[in-house]
Write a protein that binds this ligand. Structure first.
Ligand code: GRF
Length: 186
């Protein structure tokens, strides 16, 4: 299975998936990494893993559609079959959605539909929930709204936001590869 990973930040989920592919745990190959942020650390990670990476800054394009078409051109040249969002901080628009129908997956650090959008971990702690977690879902036109594929609960560690976030990220790294494995083996 040929996959592209989209990320805007650190890319720890990229690394977890890349490692699972390299070790044969996941029958997939990351053929390209796409980022919208020229300073995203995922760029270093992709280079180290010797995976082609392209930075496409939306501002460099005249419209969201033009940006999406540039992304689609890269994906098609790399014969990408699935798009894996891993901390990609942009809404996926209609062009990408129709180019990859039911083939775009996202991971979100909360039990959706609670706490969609930015800083889901902070939102959950602020709200005072005792249990939060991780969701892997199919992407639709909404923000973190598509059909849920997998979820795992994480207990909030009282008074320790950093520790809670750390547990959530560890759960993400396992749940993402396991969910992809299930999808790709179908
Ligand atoms: C993760 O918490 C993911 O759920 C969210 O963005 C974060 C990305 O982290 N969508 P990383 O860049 O993979 O380390």
């Amino acid at each position: 299975v040929r996959i592209a990973v989209f990320a805007s930040g650190s890319g720890s989920n990229f690394t977890a998936i890349e490692q699972a592919c390299r070790e044969g745990e996941l029958q997939a190959e990351i053929v390209h990494v796409i980022t919208d942020k020229p300073d995203a650390y995922v760029i270093e990670r992709a280079k180290q893993a010797e995976i082609p990476v392209t930075v496409l800054r939306p501002k460099a394009f005249e419209s969201k559609a033009a940006h999406e078409h540039a992304v689609i051109d890269i994906l098609q040249a790399a014969e990408t079959e699935w798009i894996i969002l891993a901390g990609y901080m942009r809404l996926i628009g209609p062009n990408l959605l129709s180019a990859y129908p039911s083939r775009i997956i996202n991971i979100h650090p909360s039990l959706l539909p609670s706490f969609p959008g930015k800083d889901a971990i902070g939102q959950a702690i602020e709200h005072g929930v005792k249990v939060t977690g991780v969701t892997v879902h199919l992407v639709d036109a909404g923000m973190d709204t598509g059909p849920i594929l997998a979820q795992e609960a994480v207990r909030v560690i009282e008074g320790d936001a950093e520790g809670t976030a750390e547990v959530i990220h560890k759960v993400e790294h396992v749940l993402y590869k396991e969910t992809l494995k299930m999808l790709f083996e179908k």
